[in-house]
Design a protein around this ligand. Structure first.
Ligand code: PHE
Length: 443
């Protein structure tokens, strides 16, 4: 299959596409409100330390497995972990579809709000009515899945890479322009203080829990997206540079998103929650001179970030159907799109449109999907990948793969090995046990 699978055309192409996967609603929508709910600056500090250590080590594991196998997660795990462990690949493919199904709902909101802001209909009080409207929810979901499928249809180089090369620089520019505006608001100082000055009294087990869940989600780890993207990296590339660039860029954008949102909303936003950007922020935009333009730019930014992530979720299942089931790519993409849309409908209807879906287990259908797939499955997946790399495939084989494009990896090999063999799986296992015992949501 090697020839037909396609490759990213350059290291930059990979970095933009993989950063596109990582940078998403997780950075701009979820990171600020999780930070707000978990004590501000102290959460940011713990998050950054976690990402730079455990996050980076798992990123390198995924890229290495992917490039070695040159295959989707199912084929890749069969190669590095033959036997029972390889069935993890199927969990990954399903997790991708599952996350895409509810992520697409929220991504649809960004388009809905973009449309609203273009027509000057932004109104903080309309959020409830919007998410409870079944027709709107399903239409925007379908629209977003359609666009995603359209990009994936064109393949790795012509679809995913080309889109990311155009959209990622735009995303960064929009973000910086918005930050520049926000910093001049009277609320800026108070917001920055909450965001940047750690308050050590606010640390609890929960702070760590949320940092772990947020890190894997934000870095697109634990479900094979990076295995899949890694499989399109050329052998001559330096995987450590690839991994650290993506981790750096993703964390930078999350940090910048905070730098945008906290100065705008000021200090007291602990109760922001998932509606932080759709309600709290809208209220402020509404009252601001030039607020309409700012809102348009902001929701455009969110929609772009979401799209470069949804294509990576979609690509995991598509690559599986193409590599393993020998399906024509053009058929595979529509199949994945269709299944995802069907699975997404209950999530789209669980925000008030259908009562029992909305109240399911106290979290609602979308909330349950996010907890099971966006948190637990990713965390479990990341742990299993470390275990597989260290104890089944063996680190010396992983190191050999990395050294093909980076002969000097030797210097870093021991520290990386230490994280992959002990620190990362143990830290993750402790978190999972805590969650299973207390039943607390990860993020
Ligand atoms: N990393 C993406 C975000 O932050 C979400 C995602 C998770 C994408 C897992 C792919 C795989 O929005």
């Amino acid at each position: 299959m090697g020839e037909e699978r396609g490759h990213f055309s350059s290291r930059l192409g990979f970095i933009l596409a993989a950063s596109g996967s990582a940078v998403g609603l997780g950075n701009i929508w979820r990171f600020p409100y999780i930070t707000a709910e978990n004590g501000g600056g102290i959460f940011v500090l713990i998050y950054i330390v976690f990402v730079a250590t455990v996050g980076l080590s798992v990123m390198l594991v995924e890229l290495t497995i992917g490039r070695h196998a040159e295959s989707n997660p199912v084929g890749a795990l069969r190669k590095v972990a033959p036997g029972a462990l390889s069935s993890l690949g199927y969990l990954f493919v399903f997790t991708g579809i599952a996350i895409l199904s509810y992520y697409g709902v929220v991504a649809g909101w960004t388009v809905g709000y973009l449309v609203k802001s273009v027509f000057g209909e932004l109104d903080a009080d309309s959020f409830g009515g919007f998410i409870q409207n079944p027709t709107l929810q399903i239409s925007y979901l379908a629209f977003f899945i359609l666009i995603t499928t359209g990009v994936v249809y064109f393949g790795v180089k012509e679809g995913i890479e080309k889109m990311s090369t155009i959209l990622m620089p735009i995303l960064l520019l929009l973000l910086i322009a918005l930050i520049a505006r926000g910093l001049f608001l009277p609320t800026a100082a108070e917001g920055l203080k909450f965001y940047l000055v750690p308050d050590f009294d606010k640390v609890s087990v929960k702070t760590f829990l949320y940092a772990v869940g947020q890190a894997f989600f934000s870095l697109s780890l634990g479900m094979g997206a990076m295995i899949t993207y890694g499989s399109y990296i050329e052998k001559k590339e330096n995987l450590l540079t690839c991994a650290s660039s993506v981790v750096f860029f993703d964390t930078l954008v999350a940090f910048l998103a905070g730098l945008l949102i906290f100065p705008v909303v000021g200090g007291v936003i602990e109760k922001g929650g998932p509606t932080l950007v759709f309600v709290t922020l809208i209220k402020i935009f509404h009252d601001m001179p030039g607020g309409q333009i700012i809102a348009i730019v902001f929701f455009l930014l969110l929609a772009i970030a979401a799209l470069t992530s949804t294509v990576s979720l979609h690509e995991v299942a598509t690559a599986y159907l193409v590599d393993e089931r020998k399906l024509n790519r053009h058929i595979a993409v529509w199949l994945v799109g269709g299944i995802t849309l069907l699975l997404g409908i209950p999530s789209a209807l669980s925000l008030g449109a259908v009562k029992w879906l909305s109240g399911l287990l106290g979290k609602g259908f979308l909330g349950i999907m996010d907890f099971v797939f966006g948190n637990i499955a990713l965390t479990f997946g990341a742990m299993m990948l470390c275990i597989i790399a260290a104890y089944k495939w063996r680190l010396k084989n992983a190191v050999k793969e990395i050294e093909i494009g980076f002969p000097n990896f030797g210097k870093y090999k021991n520290i990386w090995g230490f994280f992959v063999s002990y620190i990362s799986p143990l830290a993750i296992a402790l978190m999972l046990i805590y969650v299973l015992i207390t039943g607390e949501g990860l993020g």
